[in-house]
Design a protein around this ligand. Structure first.
Ligand code: URA
Length: 232
């Protein structure tokens, strides 16, 4: 396995940050200083970061959190607002949010100590589907608007890919997208004349939010994690 991938899987940092850590000359493999993030390593190598041993991959944890509104989905917030990480008191674990939800968006977000898993679930090339429920303004939503959302709409940063869209009520839509652009669902709905009033993420790939109460979290089983990764 590539060294950067190994470090990310061991929870050292995200995949990209792990590459930087290696390039910065902070990593030794056995006794050798290695600056090539692509260097091949395995479980039998003794790997040190800043002189401290890195424990191997296999201690992965993944939590699902039902994010309330008003909570930011970054690990830290310079403005001191509550973060998804602060909602989840996982003793001694350094957790990363997997992707982002807007501050006002509620629903399913994952947190993990596995930078590699975070990468696999968020990098656009893996196209992991994410499903949202939106309550929108200017009801009723007409078939024309639903069809436009399905086909793709022209946003400032380019056209959106085809989406799966179900009309759940006069002012309610369920939208599944495979991209993860900033405020994408809000911008898509606004484009078709229906600004979003409330937005909730209800699924990431095969994993559903279900009846997890707002503000609560649960640890995913290894089987759930494997199923998530199987689609990416
Ligand atoms: N799309 C949005 O507009 N907001 C989110 O938080 C997630 C997807």
């Amino acid at each position: 396995m590539r060294l950067a991938k190994y470090l990310a899987s061991a929870g050292v940092a995200s995949r990209r940050a792990s590459e930087e850590v290696v390039r910065a000359g902070r990593v030794r493999v056995d006794q050798e200083l290695v600056t090539d993030p692509a260097r091949d390593v395995d479980e039998t190598d003794a790997i040190f970061l800043d002189g401290k041993p890195v424990k191997g991959p296999g201690s992965r944890v993944v939590y699902a959190l039902n994010k309330p509104a008003g909570v930011v989905s970054t690990a830290r917030d310079p403005q001191g607002r509550p973060t998804v990480v602060s909602l989840l008191a996982a003793d001694g674990l350094r957790l990363y949010p997997v992707g982002r939800l807007d501050i006002d968006t509620t629903g399913l977000i994952l947190l993990t100590n596995d930078g590699e898993l975070a990468y696999r679930l968020t990098h656009p090339k893996y196209e992991v589907p994410k499903t949202y429920r939106a309550v929108v303004e200017r009801a009723p939503v007409r078939t024309r608007a639903v069809d436009a959302l399905r086909r793709g709409v022209e946003l400032q940063d380019g056209p959106t890919a085809p989406a799966t869209v179900h009309k759940l009520g006069a002012d309610r839509l369920e939208i599944t997208i495979h991209e993860g652009r900033k405020r994408q669902v809000r911008r898509m709905c606004e484009f078709v004349g229906h600004p979003v009033k409330r937005l909730e993420r209800v699924a990431i790939g095969s994993l559903e939010l279900g009846d997890l109460p707002e503000g609560s979290n649960r640890r995913l089983t290894e089987q759930e994690v494997e199923r998530l990764l199987a689609i990416s």
